[in-house]
Design a protein around this ligand. Structure first.
Ligand SMILES: C[S@@+](CC[C@H](N)C(=O)[O-])C[C@H]1O[C@@H](n2cnc3c(N)ncnc32)[C@H](O)[C@@H]1O
Length: 278
């Protein structure tokens, strides 16, 4: 997407988005209150951010493998770990929000597509050492670096699956005998592959599952992919947060005749929507 189209996509999001004071669904209201508006610093945050800071200063060069148009990092090029840390990993606020979401949903089994340096993985795995995060990454150098990061953080509940998702995901699922509580889709940002990964994962979803789809406004086709995921109507709730979206599958909820879909924005960005006049 060029700069103009990106700006337009975010302007449309901004105009449609509603603050927490306009949310009527108790489930979504609760999720926003417990996760998006929770400003607590949890025990592991400082340590993981130290790993990020160290990576941002690391000038070691690596050559990344090319995963095609969907790869956000400098695929096929030689770059530095510092550059990757600055451009391809989830930012602090986003990664910490994912920690809170995994905690809120009590997610015991997590699948992440796109490990990169392992920053988001580390947050998801730090919620509870009894949980397991299966994280998928195609680039061998990134697999090595992420494993070192997990070791330095003392995280033993992460399994890294190396190789192209197109091959590794179906192979992995073919032998998988658990159900999944949280999925984080953060690699190969193209419509057809993302929909395919979702379809492959679907039979393994537990009764309640949270799916995080990153970079939904990264390109027209990713936004189209987001709308297609919502149009299939298999979910109970969704929340569009501009850069990423959340989809929740839940067993039939009384009173919920159709999925509750919201476009959400922090109230500090729409300060007049504070509920006094609504
Ligand atoms: C945006 S980064 C992930 C960032 C990480 N989740 C975080 O928030 O810190 C996406 C990663 O997915 C990997 N990737 C993209 N397409 C892939 C594919 N088809 N198979 C395997 N890995 C892929 C890239 O190598 C890259 O490291």
């Amino acid at each position: 997407m060029n700069v103009f189209n990106t700006a337009l996509a975010y302007l449309k999001y901004y105009l449609k988005a509603q603050t927490v004071y306009k949310i009527h669904s108790p489930f979504l209201y609760d999720m926003i209150a417990q996760c998006f508006r929770d400003k607590r610093e949890y025990y592991c945050f400082k340590q993981i951010e130290e790993v990020r800071t160290k990576a941002k200063k690391n000038t070691q060069q690596i050559t990344l493998q090319d995963f095609g148009a969907g790869s956000r990092v400098n695929s096929g090029n030689t770059t530095t770990i510092a550059q990757i840390a600055k451009s391809a990993t989830s930012g602090k606020d986003k990664a910490q929000l994912f920690f809170k979401l995994a905690k809120h949903f009590g997610a015991k089994t997590i699948v992440e597509l796109g490990t990169n340096l392992g920053i988001s993985t580390a947050y998801l795995a730090s919620v509870n050492s009894e949980n397991t995060v299966y994280t998928f990454e195609g680039d061998p150098s990134l697999v090595g670096i992420s494993k070192e990061n997990f070791k330095s953080l003392g995280l033993n509940n992460i399994e890294v699956v190396e190789g192209n998702f197109d091959k590794t995901l179906p192979m992995f699922l073919g032998q998988f005998d658990r159900t999944i509580n949280l999925v984080y889709l953060d690699g190969n940002h193209r419509k057809a592959p993302t929909l395919q990964y979702y379809e492959w994962l679907l039979p393994y979803f537990s009764d309640e599952v949270l799916i995080i789809v990153d970079d939904i406004r990264w390109s027209d086709e990713m936004y189209d992919c987001w709308l297609t995921l919502l149009a299939n109507g298999k979910h109970s709730y969704s929340l569009d947060y501009g850069t990423f979206g959340l989809i929740v599958h839940k067993p039939a909820t009384p009173m919920l005749k159709a999925p509750a879909d919201i476009i959400y924005i922090d109230s500090k960005l729409k300060p007049w929507q504070i509920g006094l006049f609504s």
